[in-house]
Design a protein. Structure first.
Length: 142
């Protein structure tokens, strides 16, 4: 249902570490898990330290886009940064969704730095039982 492999992801991660924070024109990639749970697909994205109002979720046709921004948090003007390893800037992830998913009823929750999206499986894609009718059967009377 989702694109499972991205051969350039590791290269992007290494490039991101060397090039600095993501920008709106060239965002960094956010880590993601995707799995099926019953009648829904679940996508979990790691966004620790990102406020809820800095997350943007958009669906256009079958393309799901999640963008977020983490800004530096310096306690005061007198604070001097000694070490800064947490990634800052803009993060983005695009996922191509299968036509069998119901993009009209996606739900999103954000807790403990994890954005969880639940995408229901469309009714037309769920397995169903087909009954055999009696229409083509002729009875012979004797």
């Amino acid at each position: 249902m989702l694109m499972r492999t991205d051969p350039f992801r590791e290269l992007d991660r290494l490039t991101q570490q060397l090039s600095g924070p993501g920008t709106w024109s060239k965002p960094s990639v956010m880590p993601m898990d995707a799995y099926r749970d019953g009648d829904a697909y679940v996508i979990a994205l790691d966004l620790p330290g990102v406020p809820k109002d800095a997350i943007d979720i958009d669906v256009e046709r079958n393309m799901l886009t999640v963008k977020a921004e983490r800004r530096p948090t310096v306690p005061s003007d007198q604070a001097q940064m000694e070490l800064s390893e947490r990634p800052l800037g803009v993060f983005s992830r695009q996922v191509v969704l299968a036509d069998t998913l119901d993009t009209e009823h996606i739900t999103a929750d954000y807790e403990a730095g994890v954005l969880t999206l639940r995408i229901p499986i469309a009714e037309r894609a769920k397995p169903r039982k087909i009954t055999i009718g009696d229409r083509g059967v002729k009875q012979i009377s004797g």
